[in-house]
Design a protein around this ligand. Structure first.
Ligand SMILES: C[S@@+](CC[C@H](N)C(=O)[O-])C[C@H]1O[C@@H](n2cnc3c(N)ncnc32)[C@H](O)[C@@H]1O
Length: 356
């Protein structure tokens, strides 16, 4: 496998994208809609199973809440703001790295279809879409995200920005709905933002194996990981001075309300984020500011919390190159390339599902 280090400062000029101006606005709207299809799978969840998952987490040690509940409309907005905060170096670093490697990735993969897991606002996606357009290979984009609003918004934005692009959005859980990604051409599956770090160590191998199984032979996988770096930098990224991470963390308690009602008072919790050296990961908690007893009728549960007791809401594991390569190899992938920024803050592993 080749290792490539790119200077974060050097960039490749982006292809200027043009909006379709050939049609009247009404016709253009119809055309754009016909280039979009959206499949929603979250409604298929069994409400009892969802409630049981939350209940079991609250009764476990440590107490936990499922990370995906961060990403309602407000949570997705807050995450976009976090990405722009001075402390959150991760997004900027991955964005700059992608700018320098996207042409290489597209040339090596020959992809004409981009599938993105946990696609979010798809800001960095445009760098890869531009590279595919430059290579005249851009045809199809499949964003998969748990947040329906953001999938719909991104689909609309991208068909307006990239003439002729088809977008098939999948609103779903990347731990449950990968089978709903449509069959297509030569696919590049991307999982950026270090989102894999949000999965527990026991979940990662199973997840990577499922990604592998859902891909066709010859398809490629681009995995973005946050690398282990100094603790002060890491902890600052999750404790920004504007309070965005704190608002994001507490917002989960509002996002849970449609499922479990207004049981939790977000003001009764503090935001905590610290590095766990043994597990080489940031852990985010909601810490109870006082002793409280929380009745949650929807879960048939009364939850007693001591002052200072914490509920784990997110882990964000940091990796080494070796660790990533071992995980990918165990899932069956063949290594293709490793890219990192000059300060070794972020890595992008390019791998392929072998032909035979
Ligand atoms: C850390 S953000 C990364 C967003 C974007 N890929 C980036 O690199 O900036 C994680 C994204 O994954 C989505 N997400 C989180 N858990 C998910 C799950 N279980 N299934 C699908 N999407 C999920 C969130 O809605 C969010 O858009």
């Amino acid at each position: 496998m080749e290792a490539t280090r790119y200077s974060a400062g050097s960039t490749i000029p982006l292809l200027s994208t043009t909006l379709s101006v050939i049609f009247s606005s009404r016709c253009a709207f119809m055309l754009k809609q016909s280039n979009i299809s959206i499949d929603v799978h979250l409604d298929n969840r069994d409400p009892d199973a969802v409630r049981e998952e939350i209940r079991a987490g609250l009764l476990s040690t440590p107490r936990t809440l499922p990370t995906r509940y961060f990403y309602d409309e407000r949570g997705s907005e807050l995450f976009e703001q976090i990405c722009e905060s001075p402390e959150y170096y991760q997004t900027r670093t991955e964005h700059e790295l992608l700018k320098t490697v996207a042409d290489d990735v597209v040339a090596r993969t020959g992809a004409d279809e981009l599938v993105e897991l946990g696609s979010g606002a798809a800001t960095k996606t445009r760098v890869v879409l531009d590279a595919m357009a430059r290579a005249q290979r851009l045809r199809f984009y499949v964003p998969l995200d748990v947040s329906e609003g953001i999938v719909r918004r991104v689909a609309q934005e991208l068909v307006e920005e990239y003439e002729g692009l088809q977008v098939h959005g999948v609103v779903g859980d990347f731990l449950a709905h990968l089978g709903h990604i449509p069959q297509g051409g030569r696919r590049l599956v991307m999982f950026l933002g270090g989102t894999i770090g949000n999965l527990g160590p026991e979940a990662v191998p199973a997840f990577l194996s499922t990604v592998f199984d859902e891909m066709d032979r010859g398809d490629s996988f681009l995995l973005g990981v946050q690398l282990i770096t100094d603790v002060a930098r890491l902890e600052a990224a999750y404790n920004d001075s504007a309070g965005l991470s704190a608002a994001f963390n507490k917002n989960m308690l509002y996002a849970l309300q449609p499922v479990i009602g207004p049981a939790f008072d977000p003001e009764a919790f503090d935001h905590v984020a610290r590095f766990n050296h043994a597990e080489h990961r940031i852990e985010m908690y909601l810490r109870s500011v006082r002793r409280q007893v929380i009745p949650i009728p929807e879960l048939e549960l009364t939850l007693p919390l001591e002052e200072g007791e914490e509920i784990l809401t997110e882990i964000s594991t940091k990796y080494t190159r070796h660790h990533v390569e071992v995980l990918l190899a165990r899932a069956g992938f063949s290594p293709v390339a490793w890219y990192s920024d000059p300060h070794d803050l972020h890595g992008l592993a390019l791998a392929q599902k072998p032909f035979g």
